[in-house]
Design a protein around this ligand. Structure first.
Ligand code: ZN
Length: 948
């Protein structure tokens, strides 16, 4: 018989129940608003592409277009230091946008059919406008006619000069941030609050109140299982929650009940369901069917491999809570009584908080095994704790203890890729518990290694892929063979077939969705690949290193190649980072690599191109926005260097790297997310230190200062900012030293992404570098333009317009994972998202392809011809990913601007305005655009991609 482990009747009254704990409200105020079933709740989140909106007629189109905004405006100018001429109100109505200045005068009008977002810019009547925030009709009214309007005097034109204080736009912002959540909360509350009160009787009043325990408002929350009732001699099985409620999430029913038993609907707690997004509902159903043995595979394990930020934790909690409380077999007691969450020690606190946030303290007993004082017997033998959260290392010490008592019914291994080696001690410890229901959570289910993939599959569903040696023969070897540079067409075909077969088998219990599906909820994310021209010093050192003759050795020995790579990567960040190596390095490759480098070059101030760009970028963010920035590097020495810059500029900052004690991390994160940019402007983060759980949504801009071989590392970094709860459009700046190793790593990343996706997503695969490519890797390419772009063979004019090439769109990767019907809708949406994004760039494509372009194309096709056919698959993958970016030749842009500047004639004025408009189309971000247009800019080329 089912027995509640903690008095379920002690739950809070229904009115307050949906509220998470206080701290989470602070952290993610808009969380609940976004997960409402109706998308109509957040028109602002819909992205700025008119295509998106037009394609979806059911969207509240009118609402989006009929809106009011506070804005900043100025006359379009060529001046280097732009100032805002004033603030105003933009009224969008009936397809037109009218600009009023602060005195209420009409000063501009233009056609406007696309929704506007805070932060976006537009031009009208010779003026440049930046949207500040959306306001209500009433607010607009109050700000316009009367002089005493609450419009702050602080919004004065402010020049962009260093080291000025940020433009004071705070008061306007606060109108937005305070007003909006309140009103929307009210709206949400009105919608949800009424539902249970009005419709609750469905489940309860069917019974004639069997006992005093059913104090009415408690019933649908605490859901004490309803005793069997007879009505007309027929057994009425009452589900714990009403399956007929709108949006009820009802689990699949078993095919048949055991003899003498009845089947009852398992319905996910509506208090959780209302927070679940579409993909999360599907995820909970998927996991449920896996662990209940309802899917066509032998086993009760599953891998949830959703990308960062898709809410794996919430899906897991919904599943665990459902299993802890319900059973499709009526009156059989809950499916599970004890759940074990194993995770990296850094995530323990996060799990604890999430449980508290979604279920509160009273509903469920969550024990955290943090120190030796924790009495595990309270979990194993007692009734008050049903969930134990424990770190991987700690688990190994207590596995025997955990085997006592009634045993663990489900194990959730968070960041389960830690279990990827066959004889991993933590994996052994979990296996020793003899729990059949095992779930791995991982944002990176396979990196590149099929044997690791096998180990993880064998962990969740032992024996399903038989022995490793048979797996190796049947799948791994043919797949690997097809990826080698020398693979024949037949090999490739075989490998593909094996890959597909494996994906179809494992797709039954591996679920992976990419962050793309979040794009309809999150503010848009724009990713900029910023090519920084190396400084003269960097060029000199590069030449000196490459000319040592070690290059030839490096090509032969992987150890030397590795050293070479490390030296060049440091050099890309700053020559200064090599000082220590040159002085103290051990005799050997590194020292000989640096033997020809003049010491003064390494000491040179301003030797780092990327650091210069970062300096400028931070300055502009600081002066033009109120936003915060995360700067990520793979090297602590680089973080030191950046830290010095921040200190010199008096930018308040925090830092988290591998040496930060685990207990301090959450505090740093919370502090950063909560404080204003004035008090904490930059978060310095070591790429690998954070663990997946780090949530830095307090920032809306992120700089990837250097690049990692593994695209997952970089994606993870981006995911810290662009994730649930983010309210601002996100800008990602990925810095690359142009022509140097970094650019080539980026090219390789694009193909490696294909590899990492190949099993789970069944995307095209890729091969490794050949020796020629290795040689190319170490060569500094000083050509004009951009090598990556040339390799693409892209025919665009490099003016920021997205190039659409027919043969590429057809090769866009499609997802082939087999999923059930619930998934189908999701998958469709997903596939649409994967098509090359066509944001607002297109209207600038009127540039005539001139003779120059023809020549360039000839050059490109010659380049393409020189690539051997066997590389085509890889190239296709890379191209497909890259073609979603628009390409901008910043050098060309600047020279056009300069030409325009030199002409004083009135007619030429139009020309320069067109160039500026083009720049705006290409780079919507006012910060990066400012950087690129600077005459002395080190940015030579930009790729830009907006999603969401
Ligand atoms: Zn292009």
């Amino acid at each position: 018989m089912y027995r509640p482990f903690k008095s379920p009747l002690l739950t809070r009254p229904s009115g307050s129940a949906p509220q998470p704990v206080q701290e989470s409200i602070l952290e993610r105020p808009s969380k609940r608003l976004k997960v409402t079933p109706q998308e109509t709740q957040q028109p602002e989140q819909d992205g700025n592409s008119s295509d998106t909106v037009c394609d979806l007629p059911e969207r509240p189109f009118g609402d989006l277009v009929d809106a009011r905004f506070t804005v900043l405006w100025r006359k379009i100018t060529n001046k280097k230091n732009k100032i805002w001429d004033g603030d105003g109100i933009l009224i969008v109505s009936q397809g037109y946008a009218n600009l009023k200045d602060s005195d209420g005068r009409d000063i501009g009008r233009t056609v406007c059919k696309t929704p506007l977002l805070p932060g976006s810019t537009l031009t009208m009547s010779g003026k440049e406008i930046e949207i500040d925030s959306r306001i209500s009709r009433e607010e607009a009214k109050s700000m316009l006619p009367q002089k005493k309007a609450p419009k702050p005097a602080a919004v004065k034109p402010s020049t962009v000069t260093r080291p000025s204080v940020p433009v004071a736009r705070t008061p306007l912002k606060s109108v937005q941030t305070q007003k909006k959540p309140v009103s929307m909360l009210g709206k949400a509350a009105a919608e949800f609050g009424s539902t249970p009160k009005v419709e609750r009787p469905t489940a309860v009043t069917m019974l004639s109140r069997p006992s005093a325990a059913f104090k009415s408002p408690m019933i649908d929350k605490t859901g004490v299982p309803l005793a069997r009732t007879k009505s007309d001699g027929k057994t009425v099985c009452l589900p714990r929650h009403d399956p007929n409620e709108p949006n009820a999430l009802v689990m699949k029913r078993p095919k048949q009940a055991p003899p003498g038993k009845h089947i009852v609907d398992v319905v996910v707690d509506p208090n959780l369901t209302k927070h679940l997004r579409e993909h999360q509902r599907a995820g909970v159903s998927f996991l449920y069917e896996c662990v209940m043995g309802m899917r066509p595979f032998v086993g009760e394990g599953a891998i949830l491999a959703d990308e960062m930020g898709l809410g794996k934790t919430l899906q897991t909690i919904a599943l665990v809570w459902t299993l802890l409380k319900q059973n499709p077999i009526y009156e059989d007691g809950p499916v599970i009584k004890k759940a074990l969450i194993v995770c990296p020690v850094t995530l323990i606190n996060n799990w604890r908080k999430e449980f508290k946030k979604w279920l509160g303290n009273e509903k469920v007993g969550v024990m955290v095994a943090e120190n030796n004082k924790t009495r595990l017997s309270d979990f194993t033998k007692g009734k008050s704790y049903n969930i134990l959260i424990i770190g991987y290392e700690k688990l190994r010490n207590v596995q025997e203890e955990l085997q006592q008592g009634i045993g663990v019914d489900i194990v959730i291994a968070d960041e389960g890729h830690r279990l990827k080696t066959a004889n991993n001690k933590s994996a052994m410890a979990i296996k020793s518990l003899n729990t059949e229901r095992r779930i791995i959570l991982s944002g990176t289910p396979i990196q590149n290694d099929l044997s690791e993939f096998y180990t993880m599959v064998d962990f969740v569903n032992p024996g399903l892929l038989k022995t490793y040696s048979s797996f190796k023969k049947q799948y791994e070897s043919p797949i690997l063979k097809s990826r080698t540079p020398g693979a024949t067409a037949k090999d490739i075909e075989k490998g593909q077939a094996c890959s597909e077969e494996l994906a179809s088998i494992t797709g039954q219990f591996i679920l992976r969705r990419t962050a793309e599906i979040l794009s309809k909820y999150l503010p848009p994310k724009t990713e900029y690949v910023v090519y920084c021209r190396p400084t003269q010093v960097q060029k000199d050192v590069y030449e000196a290193v490459v000319s040592t003759g070690v290059l030839n050795i490096a090509l032969k020995s992987s150890e030397s190649a590795f050293q070479m790579i490390n030296v060049l990567k440091k050099l890309c960040n700053s020559p200064k980072l090599l000082i220590k190596d040159a002085a103290e390095g051990e005799e050997g490759t590194v020292k000989s690599l640096l033997s020809k480098v003049p010491a003064k070059d390494l000491q040179s101030a301003g030797g780092s191109s990327k650091l210069q760009v970062l300096d400028e970028l931070l300055h502009l963010v600081r002066t033009k926005t109120q936003e915060k920035v995360v700067v990520v590097s793979n090297y602590t020495a680089t973080l030191d260097m950046i830290g010095k810059l921040l200190t010199a500029m008096e930018y308040p900052h925090l830092r988290l790297d591998g040496s930060t004690p685990a207990k301090d991390r959450q505090g740093l994160v919370d502090k950063f997310n909560r404080t204003s940019a004035n008090n904490c402007f930059v978060f310095l983060l070591s790429a690998k230190a954070g663990g997946v759980g780090l949530n830095l949504i307090g920032a809306s801009r992120l700089v990837l200062f250097d690049i990692d071989w593994n695209p997952a590392t970089d994606l993870q970094a981006m995911g810290r900012v662009h994730r649930d709860g983010q309210k601002h459009p996100v800008h990602i700046y990925r810095f690359l030293t142009k022509g140097a190793l970094e650019e080539k790593i980026f090219q390789r990343q694009l193909t490696k992404q294909g590899l990492a996706d190949s099993i789970v997503d069944n995307k095209a695969n890729a091969s490794s570098f050949s020796p020629e490519e290795l040689r190319d890797l170490f060569t500094l390419d000083l050509r004009e333009g951009c090598q990556t772009h040339d390799l693409l063979g892209c025919d665009c004019a490099c003016d920021g317009a997205v190039a659409m090439s027919s043969d590429l769109t057809t090769s866009s990767p499609t997802s082939g994972s087999a999923e059930d019907d619930d998934e189908a809708n999701d998958e469709d949406g997903d596939a649409d998202e994967e098509l090359p994004a066509l944001p607002t760039f297109l209207r600038s494509s009127q540039i005539d392809p001139e003779t120059q372009e023809r020549l360039r194309r000839q050059h490109n096709s010659a380049l393409r011809g020189s690539l051997s056919p066997k590389k085509n698959g890889k190239k296709q993958t890379a191209m497909a990913s890259l073609m979603q970016f628009s390409h901008l030749d910043a050098v060309k842009l600047r020279s056009e601007l300069k030409e325009g500047d030199n002409e004083v004639d009135g007619e030429e004025e139009d020309g320069i305005i067109r160039v500026r408009e083009r720049a705006e189309d290409a780079i919507a971000d006012v910060v990066l655009r400012g950087l690129v247009c600077e005459e002395s800019s080190r940015i030579d080329f930009v790729f830009a991609k907006t999603s969401g």
